[in-house]
Design a protein around this ligand. Sequence first.
Ligand SMILES: [Zn+2]
Length: 291
Amino acid sequence: MAKAPEKQTPGVYKRRIGDAMVTVINDGFLDIPFEILRGTGMADMKDLMKATFRDEPPRLTVNAFVIETGRNTVLVDAGGGTTTVYSMGLLLENLESAGFAPADFDTVLLTHIHPDHSSGLVGSAGEALFSRAEIVVNEDDLNFWSDTGLRDGRSAAATPYLDSADMVIGTYREQFRPSREGEVLPGIRLLALPGHTPGHSGYQLDSAGETLVMWGDTVHVPEIQVPRPQVTSEYDVDEGLAHANRRKIFDYAAKERHLVTGGHLHLPAFAHIVPDGAGFRLVPETWAVVV
Ligand SMILES: [Zn+2]
């Protein structure tokens, strides 16, 4: 295992959406091999990475988010915690840098129950770090990851993540609020985007006339999957559905000109998306002061 890199300044970025404050909390990063991506040729993927001066292997930024609406203090996803690789698990120290403690949160919104989004809910001793929070998740995801008849031995994409799902579901069993598409908190809607996992979801924040679309794992490698939305991955439980819902949310955000963010967009992780040829193009926002 490589030595952990020198310490960066806290990976925290604040942006107001209407009357709400959204804080991006970086949890670290994750390197993946090209071989797990499918839907375009290897040469095309390497060319796309080279064109952005980001060589192999693709490096995924891993983010969680805080939303303060005035009524609720909400965590969206929780990073990889202590159960994943050394390059993740910065959630707690970056939350602290941003002035938050786990006890501050009344709600956690999970985009799906994969380890880089949910294992950070559990501490190194197996304890519930967010003991006060209700855990909102699409009921299709909770059902899938809870039901050994649905998940075990049926999906190669699910197999690596059974233990981490068991840990999170077992630790928070009494705190889940299984949900469907629609409003889950005042001003926050769950957007069902199944495919990557059976209940993979985004969340839309609407406040004082402004909108943020948080698209979860719609995109793992922005350099490749934004221009080539057809590129799926070995992690997708249903690749066809993942592709269809990626196009659907890209089309929606582009048409409505909504600001977007995601679990694997590079910091500061806010962007717009525009159609470009057969695919799309991200237009990242620049770093800015909080106004
Ligand atoms: Zn992810």
